[in-house]
Design a protein around this ligand. Sequence first.
Ligand code: 5CU
Length: 381
Amino acid sequence: MASKLLVVDVHTHLYLPRYASLLRERTTLPKIITRTRDDGRKDERLVILKDEPSGGRPIGPSYVERDEKLTFMKKHGIDISIVSTANPWLDFLQPKEAHQLSLQLNDDLEEYCSTGPTVTGTSMKQLYGFGLLPIVSGISTESLLEAVRQISASSHLKGLIMGTRGVGKGLDDEALDPIWAAISEAGLAVFLHPHYGISKESWGAKNNGHVLPLALGFPMETTIATTRLILSGVFDRFPSLRLLLAHSGGALPQLSSRLASCIDHDPIVASRLKHDARFYLGKLYLDAVCYGPEELGFVSDVIARSNRYETGSKNVASGGRSSGSGRMLFGTDHPFFPPLSSSERWKSVVENLDAIENVQGWTEADKNGVKGGNAISLFNL
Ligand code: 5CU
């Protein structure tokens, strides 16, 4: 019962020291650069996205130091964090280096979590992690499977974080079938997270900083990658695959009926799928990083209605908003989007917790589930 009251952050990032050192050594993107300010002090900046305004964003200890993560958690009442390496993971490396580094970083992350503190009064740790696969172009299936086995054997790693490129052709590439099979069999969750956004030509010539790529490009990338997974039949072939989508699944919930209609009008695609596209949304898990109660309520409804779209189900009623909440999980996106002063509480935490609190039709138990109970069940903490 106590577990229902714990707050668990499933969307919280880090760069492990080994990874940060690699970024510091690099001269091409992604990289960490050091600038000397007017007052002579040195200042590190992280450049991970193409065409970043003002030479990247400040990067401080919050990206790397475990104590900073724990201080942030304490300040905001977060009991447990499932931490993951932030984008762009190993995407920019050659297969050999990606393979070696994935194994090292997974070991580093296991140690980061296992040697951390315990939640008072429980046997649960405060830190768990999502590991990394060396999922880059040219990698062998065996190297990917080796990383899946390693993560599975690491008791504090509860899944893995993955971008959308796959081994070069996206996640709907059949070459990944043995990986989906191994991940499903191991009972690991996959946290699907964007990095590339969509083509910068879409953003026009005005300087809008990071707003368009982050607010729209990131979620659209997740929307497209997940839709391609649905269309490829991955969820029919691997029905126990547990996929957690960043940023509440982007635009997919809003577009899911349109998607179903387009599939209906395309017999070749329709004949590939066992169910109406809307059914598959009920197989997903979505973080609750969308900052507004109305958006969370809507996403919850879309998950709740999914059972109506299972082939063969006749006149099944929607499960109701409450039932959709069971697949939604609180997150912060820390250490991205920091406040301007160090004494402030982070808006990304305050707004996402307030949003959960204010969803119409969610009971106290639903809200506690989204804040932490669902994560405790999903990751078997
Ligand atoms: O601010 C950003 O660029 C990001 C990012 O790159 N990754 C992420 O998870 N959140 C924000």
